[in-house]
Design a protein around this ligand. Structure first.
Ligand code: ADP
Ligand code: MG
Length: 269
């Protein structure tokens, strides 16, 4: 390989011959005859933010749920990092590094921000019988490590001052950040974000975009459903357009804007 090819590409974008991190083939998800996802195939390239757009009801959230394992696929195959994960439960996909956030805020309102992050982390030794019998000193080190990890994330997302606040008292944007941080506690390789900017004050949208871009530049792969098209244009390449359970377009936002049928179906902005 030539030296130039081996060098990282600008903005963390890998060379084009890179293997996809996730391959979904002919995914279907039906709800009692309703074809919410109707034969979707995508390749998710590592180190990029792939955008997923389309009108309400297109099947975007259902597709993310199938990728994450929250909903089983009715048909189709999902390969993550070379391994068929189609029938694996969500927690096993999470352990392999595939995490999602939800379209509707899903923070635990009665827990503090710090506790919200700690509940996400994998079970520590204090949770097991042996751990409990061996006593607090044995498992406190795990706890301390998780707290340190959570605080590092809170610093990074400029939320450290809020760590003792109840998550339910936060603004829409801060709740989104808590969800993203909670997913990051499990150190994913692929993060699926369902409308991370919805319900967020415009002044925070830019901040969330910058955090996502920084994560991407460090090597995290992201698939993001979003309606904020100017943010999709800024952050995402490629962009996949869904309508009525199918993929109707695929490419950069600039390319998609040139395609008449896609503009008619969805792109008004
Ligand atoms: P999007 O996220 O693109 O707005 P969804 O994936 O939420 O679309 O929904 C796709 C279609 O599937 C919609 O018609 C929706 O009503 C339907 N749907 C989603 N979830 C369910 C469910 N649990 N039961 C029945 N129908 C559902
Ligand atoms: Mg949705």
């Amino acid at each position: 390989m030539a030296v130039a090819e081996a060098l990282p590409q600008p903005g963390g974008v890998p060379a084009l011959d890179t293997e996809p991190l996730l391959v979904a083939r002919d995914i279907h998800r039906h709800f009692e005859g309703m074809h919410a996802v109707d034969g979707v195939s995508i390749d998710v390239l590592p180190g990029r933010i792939t955008g997923l757009i389309g009108p309400n009801g297109a099947g975007k959230s259902t597709f993310l749920a199938v990728l994450a394992g929250t909903l089983p696929a009715s048909e189709g195959t999902i390969v993550f990092d070379g391994e068929d994960i189609t029938t694996l439960p969500t927690y096993r996909r999470a352990r392999k590094g595939l995490m999602r956030t939800f379209q509707l805020p899903s923070e635990f309102g009665q827990l503090t921000v710090l506790e919200n992050l700690l509940v996400a982390a994998p079970g520590n030794r204090g949770d097991t019988l042996v751990g409990a019998l061996l006593g607090k000193r044995y498992w406190r080190r795990d706890e301390e490590e998780r707290v340190a990890q959570a605080r590092a994330l809170l610093d990074r997302f400029n939320m450290r001052a809020k760590e003792s606040d109840f998550a339910g008292s936060l603004s829409g944007g801060q709740k989104r950040l808590v969800e993203i941080m909670r997913a990051l506690m499990l150190q994913p390789r692929l993060l699926l974000l369902d409308e991370p900017m919805s319900g967020v004050h415009p002044s925070i949208i830019d901040e969330i975009a910058s955090y996502c871009e920084a994560l991407r530049d460090e090597g995290l792969t992201i698939v993001m459903v979003e309606h904020e098209l100017h943010m999709i244009e800024r952050m995402c390449d490629p962009v996949i357009v869904m309508a009525q359970g199918r993929v109707i377009g695929h490419g950069s936002m600039i390319e998609l804007r040139k395609q008449r049928e896609i503009v008619d179906a969805y792109l008004v902005g």
